[in-house]
Design a protein around this ligand. Structure first.
Ligand code: ZN
Length: 79
């Protein structure tokens, strides 16, 4: 992990996502100020309800943005 800081659990879940998918997620976070999808920078990662929560800043304007990465849906077949 070179960007920001992840909790151990978040790092494990984040690591299960393919790199190209992760890059796509990081480059497409909605910013309410820019009103469009932007790149998230200076982000941290934590786990909430089995999903990874990325908290960081909008690359163009610096507004705080959050992206929920729904990793928990991968295990829905176990229900
Ligand atoms: Zn923005």
């Amino acid at each position: 992990m070179s960007d920001g800081s992840f909790t151990v659990g978040a790092a494990v879940l984040w690591g299960t996502i393919a790199k190209d998918a992760r890059d796509r997620i990081l480059a497409n976070v909605f910013c309410v100020k820019c009103r469009e999808s932007v790149e998230i920078v200076r982000f941290t990662g934590e786990v909430e309800n089995g999903d990874v929560i990325l908290k960081g800043a909008c690359a163009p304007c610096g507004h705080a943005i959050v992206r929920v990465v729904e990793t928990s849906e991968r295990d829905s077949s176990m229900n």
